[in-house]
Design a protein around this ligand. Structure first.
Ligand code: UD1
Length: 430
């Protein structure tokens, strides 16, 4: 199993190219199931989760090809990929595939809408709480789907070949359920109104994609999305937005180590609340033509309290990294997690580096220390593992992060991007 070895203490300086967003690329790829035409996606990051979804879609009959000069693109940071679901050969998503990545459950929406049936295994995914699927099932039932849970599978059918539009109020904001309902309603008969919908930028990116494919959607990015169903969707060419979680992660790394880095291609509007918080900690944040410049020198890190919540508030996917930053703040901060239970597994590992953190229910109280000291630590999930990397960059001495396959799911060329800015970081294979 690969490990990452870091020798901390260097400031970061230079530039880091921001990749396409994993959480936008996945639903866009799944949208290819809605049409027998080709969907071309630009700026798709090269990540384990993307490769896994390619395998899952392939099982349903989706062909893919990487555009242009293959070798050159594979060397680069992101790729343009064509997806073609001309013939859906299987409407079952088996346990062996779905259990490896929770988002693959989302194929249920387009399969059901286009084929009138789908049999999808209940998902697995990151070990961050129970993560049920009730919001998906209630939403699909509102569109007139018939559902059964049998042997660990959700078996879904339309009543007479097509889903039917309806008004549906999500009892809780869910990114995944909003994606699925928006895709399903695009091919339903009549109008669907989704209320209390997620407003994340990835929802807007999917809506742009569906609209380019011929869907009639209004209001994506607000809490109410209206979808007028159409008979069929066509192909399109769509660009994946820059990854706001990767952007925030590197911004926090610079805020922690000190230095001056331009995050190339990053879009401030995708993470304004995060940038505001990082600025409050004492870093200087500037929007430039190239992206976002993050700078901190001299003065220490100010403690700031944050509470995670759906967009546009502070994202749960940056909670662990922010906790990393706060471990070296000059004082106490409180970090409250409201999206997932059990998303504090990084606390014990940060403590191995010398952090002082106590947990009180869903709140972590972080008492900043003057320095962290390198140690061997264990990656527990995708975002938690990168919090250990940024803490390791600021710690004195050597840190090794074990189980880095978690990182490979969501961070493209992490070691290369950081070493390009002066960090001492390398992957040790085996
Ligand atoms: C997506 C993101 C993930 C991010 C999360 C919250 C992707 C691939 N993943 O995950 O990185 O952390 O949004 O921003 O885009 N819930 C239910 N019932 C359901 C579905 C969800 O109770 O049927 C709960 C979840 O347990 C959680 C909350 O709703 O407490 C929000 O989850 P949701 O927004 O659905 O997260 P994902 O779409 O899985």
């Amino acid at each position: 199993m690969d490990r990452i070895r870091i020798v901390g203490g260097n400031e970061l300086a230079g530039s880091i190219p921001i990749s396409g967003a994993k959480n936008a690329a996945l639903p866009l790829m799944i949208a290819s199931l809605l049409t027998d035409d080709t969907l071309t996606l630009e700026n798709v990051p090269h990540l384990a989760d993307v490769e896994q979804l390619i395998r899952i879609l392939g099982n349903h009959g989706v062909d893919y090809s990487v555009n242009g000069r293959r070798e050159k693109q594979q060397e680069g940071y992101s790729r343009t990929i064509n997806f073609s679901a001309r013939n859906i050969v299987d409407t079952t998503a088996p346990y062996e595939l779905v259990s490896k990545m929770r988002a693959s459950f989302w194929v249920i929406g387009p399969l059901l809408a286009r084929m009138g049936e789908a049999k999808v295994s209940l998902p697995g995914g990151c070990a961050i709480g129970t993560r049920p699927v009730d919001l998906f099932l209630e939403g699909l039932q509102a569109l007139d789907a018939e559902l059964d849970v049998d042997n660990g599978y959700v078996v879904a059918k339309t009543k007479n070949g097509r889903l039917h539009g309806n008004r549906h109020v999500f009892p809780k904001v869910s990114v995944g359920a909003t994606h699925v309902l928006m895709m399903a309603a695009s091919l339903a008969k009549g109008e669907t109104v989704l209320e209390n919908a997620a407003r994340e930028p990835e929802i807007v990116n999917l809506a742009e994609c569906l609209i380019a494919m011929g869907a009639k959607i209004h209001g994506a990015g607000t809490a109410t999305i209206t979808i007028e169903g159409v008979e069929a969707l066509s192909g399109a060419r769509v660009r994946v937005i820059p990854d706001r979680i990767e952007t925030g992660t590197y911004a926090m790394a610079v805020a922690m180590t000190g230095g001056d880095v331009v995050l190339e291609g990053a879009r401030p509007d995708l993470l304004q609340s995060v940038l505001d918080v990082i600025a409050e900690t004492g870093a200087e944040i500037t929007a430039t033509n190239a992206g976002i410049r993050v700078k901190r020198n001299g003065s220490g890190i100010a403690p700031v309290d944050v509470t995670t919540a759906p967009f546009p508030a502070f994202p749960t996917d940056l909670q662990a990294q922010f906790m990393g930053l706060m471990t070296m703040a000059k004082g106490k901060s409180r970090i409250t997690e409201t999206i997932f239970e059990n998303r504090f597994m990084h606390v014990q590992e940060l403590a191995r580096l010398g952090a002082h953190i106590t947990l009180s229910g869903q709140t972590a109280i972080v008492d900043g220390v003057a320095k962290l000291k390198g140690a061997p630590v264990m990656a527990t999930d995708l975002r938690a593992s990168v919090s250990l990397v940024i803490a390791g960059l600021a710690a004195e001495g050597e840190t090794t992060v074990n189980r880095v396959y978690h990182l490979d799911r969501g961070f493209e060329r992490l070691e290369e991007k950081l070493s390009g800015c002066g960090a001492v970081i390398e992957r040790i294979s085996g």
